[in-house]
Design a protein around this ligand. Structure first.
Ligand SMILES: NC(=O)c1ccc[n+]([C@@H]2O[C@H](COP(=O)([O-])OP(=O)(O)OC[C@H]3O[C@@H](n4cnc5c(N)ncnc54)[C@H](OP(=O)(O)O)[C@@H]3O)[C@@H](O)[C@H]2O)c1
Length: 243
């Protein structure tokens, strides 16, 4: 029987975990990766086999682990790749790490996880995605387009780069029948939100933060036939925060 395969980075918690769960509940085979082992809350049976433990900061390691992933796939079509894992370093007071405080080494690490890892993964999975008329979803951020109180410039510029990469990839990969889109979450209740973020609720017309499941359901829908003519765009999920 043909199975729908989704590969998702950062499936261990937050939006990534909710998204993995959503696909799994709909009968997809879910292949995840993160620095930690399979999270205990993962309900699916084959999660150990279908989990690659990796630190995406280390691009050399990524290139090695991609060989493991290719072996696991054994040429199977991949219906969706969700580039979700990201880091957003803070300063010692858990506040925004500003331009002066961000050294170039750290900037590079942020770009490795948030920008170069999606490029490397996507490049290596083109054939698998092509054979499924697949979809790539890049998870960007509200911080791609505005200065954010908690997201520093390394994170914001990595997400802005990922947003324009989405456009470029959509243009170049359409000929392989691969669609590429982005979703830009606002304030979603995950470990990225701290108790210091609570006052941001006042800036959200809907008067509350989003839930990881609300992001997961958009990502899932964007991988369906209902979105078959949507390509190269970014959908904001932020309760109206940018109106
Ligand atoms: N939550 C928000 O309000 C918000 C807002 C805007 C955008 N976003 C975006 O939404 C996506 C998910 O965010 P989230 O809030 O769910 O984040 P989260 O709760 O911090 O989870 C991040 C995930 O990425 C993995 N990860 C982090 N660094 C990694 C690395 N070096 N190598 C491999 N995996 C790594 C983590 O697993 P391990 O720790 O096990 O490695 C975890 O599964 C991110 O792209 C984020 O930028 C979130």
């Amino acid at each position: 029987m043909d199975e729908n395969i989704v590969i998702l980075t950062g499936g261990s918690r937050g939006i990534g975990h909710a998204t993995s769960k959503r696909f799994w509940e709909k009968g997809w085979r879910v292949i995840t990766c993160s620095r930690s082992e399979v999270a205990p809350q993962c309900p699916w049976e084959k999660s150990k086999r279908d989990h690659i433990q990796i630190d995406l900061e280390n691009l050399h390691d990524l290139n090695t682990k991609i060989q493991d992933l290719k072996k696991l796939l054994d040429g199977r079509p991949v219906k969706a790749l969700i580039n979700n894992a990201a880091i957003s370093p803070k300063n010692n007071d858990n506040k925004r790490l500003n331009f002066n405080e961000t050294n170039v080494d750290l900037w590079q690490k942020v770009f490795n996880v948030n920008f170069f890892a999606p490029i490397i993964l996507s490049k290596n999975l083109i054939e698998n995605l092509q054979s499924a008329n697949g979809v790539i979803i890049n998870i960007t951020s509200i911080a791609s387009d505005m200065v954010h109180e908690f997201a520093g410039p390394a994170y914001a510029t990595s997400k802005a780069a990922l947003k324009s990469l989405t456009r470029e990839m959509a243009s170049d990969l359409s000929k392989y029948n691969i669609r590429v889109n982005a979703i830009a979450p606002g304030e979603i209740e995950t470990s990225m939100i701290t108790k210091d973020s609570q006052h941001l609720v006042n800036k959200i017309p809907m008067g509350r933060f989003g839930k990881p499941e609300e992001v997961a359901s958009v990502i899932y829908s964007m991988c369906s036939e209902s979105f078959s003519y949507v390509n190269g765009t970014e959908i904001a999920i932020n309760g109206g925060q940018t109106v």
